[in-house]
Design a binder for this molecule. Structure first.
Ligand code: ASP
Length: 306
């Protein structure tokens, strides 16, 4: 039997069970289910891991509950600047965008960079120009603006804090990892970044080998959490390197990085990963992480808390 499967996340952080109403939990769970089901169907029909990852992320970017695409958090200047990346483990091709405004689906722009440009990472208003040139869907600012996000931004400003949107009981960054029937791995991540971020700050999500990484020899990883710490720990590649050079399993490698290495420098967050055998991991060192998966063994899961 050929193993294939997809795992997704909708952000890791502090979510208090008391503030999580039944209705809210249900809304998140439904959105997560919808996203992995779409990706899973693509894999089942023989589609590629890259396609499944992109499709799952589009669903989450279009859902205002998550801090990606529609529903992205505000920067210090009250703007929306999004980061996204996608990687194909088959040929080590990758595409990423940073601080890009107005593009409805940054993950589609990242895939376009990977497939059609000579570059890996492009940024800002020039990346927006490229998106227009390529005929991608562009939206007015109003499309991205959510009232809850605005209140969260005002709170962050008044405290002069750069926060993870999770610190406010609202999770957000989204990601997906997949293994297709041909044995190819892919990973993707998309985010609005951190609330009240300044000076064109870029997080870990669009950085290949940090927030996003896929290599057919090892695994596919998508991270979520306080980006500055993930960058310094080179998280996604660290997990892959442990598998390749230390002979660790995906479970061992990801657990050590998320539960020991990252907290060792004060970093909070989690990741989702899948290896070439189809094993799925979802470790996090926070109180919760929105997450889910479905695989060819008909195993299916959605979770928020640990
Ligand atoms: N890692 C993202 C960033 O630092 C935020 C998140 O995962 O919530 O931009």
């Amino acid at each position: 039997m050929i193993n294939f499967g997809i795992a997704i996340h909708g952000g890791a952080g502090i979510v208090s069970k008391t503030k999580m109403t039944k209705w809210k939990a249900e809304a998140y769970s439904q959105a997560l289910k919808r996203a992995y089901s779409v990706g899973f169907l693509t894999l089942k029909k023989g589609g590629s891991a890259v396609q499944a990852v992109k499709e799952a992320i589009i669903i989450l970017e279009d859902c205002p509950l998550f801090n990606a695409g529609k529903g992205s958090v505000y920067t210090n200047h009250g703007d929306i600047e999004m980061d996204a990346a996608i990687m194909d483990g088959k040929n080590m091709m990758a595409g990423a965008v940073a601080s890009v405004p107005f593009v409805k689906n940054p993950i589609v722009l990242a895939e376009t960079v990977m497939k059609k440009s000579k570059h890996v990472l492009i940024s800002g208003t020039k990346a927006l120009e490229y998106a227009k040139e390529q005929g991608l869907v562009i939206k007015e600012k109003e499309y991205f603006e959510e009232e809850e996000r605005y209140k969260q931004y005002k709170r962050a400003i008044s405290r002069d804090k750069v926060t993870l949107d999770h610190d406010d009981d609202k999770f957000g960054t989204v990601g997906a990892v997949a293994l297709d029937k041909k044995g190819n791995l892919s990973a993707g991540t998309s985010t609005g970044g951190m609330v009240n971020k300044k000076y064109g700050r870029i997080g870990d999500s669009p950085l290949i080998g940090i927030g996003t990484y896929a290599n057919n020899q090892t695994c596919a990883i998508s991270c979520t959490g306080h980006g500055e710490y993930f960058i310094r720990s080179v998280v996604a590649h660290e997990v892959s390197a442990r598998i390749l050079y230390k002979g660790q399993t995906l479970t061992q490698a990801s657990k050590e990085v998320i539960m020991e290495e990252l907290p060792g420098i004060g970093g909070r967050g989690g990741l989702i990963g899948i290896d070439k055998q189809g094993n799925i991991v979802m470790p996090f060192n926070t109180k919760g992480m929105y997450r889910g998966f479905k695989n060819s063994k008909e195993q299916e899961f959605v979770g928020i808390f640990s």
